[in-house]
Ligand binder design. Structure first.
Ligand code: FA5
Length: 336
């Protein structure tokens, strides 16, 4: 028996007790879906006598419209309810402890490396890059260090082949730079160096050097000294005690070393109050100029090679070079 009033009452009752969207969709399909009750009633109208069909037909269609808008209305209510519930759940509790972020910092050697580069850039130097894997000829031969020269023992290194090695200093960059460029040259060449070295508090087997090279007419030892003194004052301030001592390098003549007074870290008396060698330097040897086709009767120059670790140790009173490589956060975090 088709009874629209009974169906209306039944659906309104059910709809009023629904509390979730899922329940609403189930009810909707049970009434208006393909196998729904109202759909079934509408389909079966055709079997009724014409009079009943007309009357019930208009009643059922009106009921269909009424229920459709009831479901739309109910769906809106339930969606609003759902949003309200999730907003209440998502409320920020400002009393909870925050999440800690760990920010990294740049390694002290990189910081000082860039500071040194900036100092030389401000003095008009360019940066020239040269390779870490180097021909033996550039690391030694062209720098006036023939195969039987005792300096090769001092600069023993890791060989890749008989003729190819990991550079022991940045000085091969001088040769590459002079082969590529004509004077005037005013460049620094930073990078890693490798040595077969007995590691101790001031020596590593991998370390950073910055080479400097100036070649022009009338470049003298006074220019070298003045430039390096200016450099020290830029990095350490005007009052840092320095000392030039005579030295020997096969590719410079005369040669010298620059020492800076090392107060050492407080409480470490074994390293307090010494002079620490930070660089080797000198006037470019005439034979080196000839090796790259520059006439030493017209041009002269100076060069230096400084150790970035040593400068950093002096700047921050670090008594031990191995600390740079240990990756101990207690050490590294002091430079953030
Ligand atoms: C040289 O390497 C020369 N090429 C420097 C040079 C360049 C002289 C241009 C003349 C002209 P030496 O071996 O002394 O020289 O090293 C230069 C600097 O590199 C040292 O003063 C020191 O600061 C740093 N250095 C050298 N060996 C080590 C090491 N094993 N660990 C850390 N730093 C080092």
């Amino acid at each position: 028996m088709i009874d629209p009033d009974h169906l209306r009452k039944e659906i309104h009752e059910k709809a009023s007790s629904i509390s979730t969207l899922e329940e609403l969709f189930q009810l909707k399909s049970a009434v208006l879906g393909r196998k729904g009750k109202l759909t079934h009633y509408l389909r079966s109208l055709g079997q009724l006598p014409i009079e009943d069909r007309k009357r019930l037909g208009s009643q059922l269609n009106a009921l269909k419209e009424e229920l459709e808008s009831l479901f739309i209305q109910k769906e809106r209510e339930l969606e609003e309810k759902k949003i309200k519930e999730s907003l209440t759940k998502e409320r920020v509790d400002v009393t909870l402890p925050g999440i800690k972020f760990h920010f990294g910092g740049r390694h002290p050697l990189i910081q000082v490396w860039e500071e040194i580069e900036d100092a030389f850039l401000s003095l008009g130097f360019d940066i020239y890059e040269s390779p870490e894997v180097e021909w033996e000829r550039y690391n030694f031969g062209a720098l006036n260090i023939p195969p039987d020269h005792p300096a090769r023992d001092m600069w023993d290194t890791f060989y890749i082949t008989e003729k190819m090695l990991l550079r022991t200093h940045t000085s091969p960059g001088q040769i590459r730079c002079m082969e590529e460029q004509k004077p005037p040259i005013k460049a620094i060449m930073p990078g890693l160096c490798y040595r077969h070295e007995a590691v101790d508090a001031t020596h590593m087997d991998v370390f950073l050097q910055i080479e400097g090279l100036v070649v022009d007419r009338d470049i003298s030892f006074a220019d070298l000294k003045g430039t390096l003194e200016l450099f020290v004052s830029l990095i350490f301030g005007p009052d840092r005690k320095t000392m030039f001592v005579p030295s020997y390098f096969p590719f410079t003549e005369p040669s010298a070393e620059l020492l800076i007074f090392w107060e050492g870290s407080k409480g470490n008396s074994s390293h307090g109050g010494e002079w620490l060698e930070v660089l080797g330097c000198g006037q470019v040897h005439p034979q080196v100029l000839r090796n790259v086709g520059i006439d030493p009767r017209v041009y002269s120059g100076f060069a230096f090679g400084l150790g970035v670790e040593r400068i950093t140790m002096l700047k921050y009173n670090i008594p031990e070079i191995r600390l740079f490589m240990e990756n101990d956060l207690r050490f590294l975090e002091q430079f953030k």
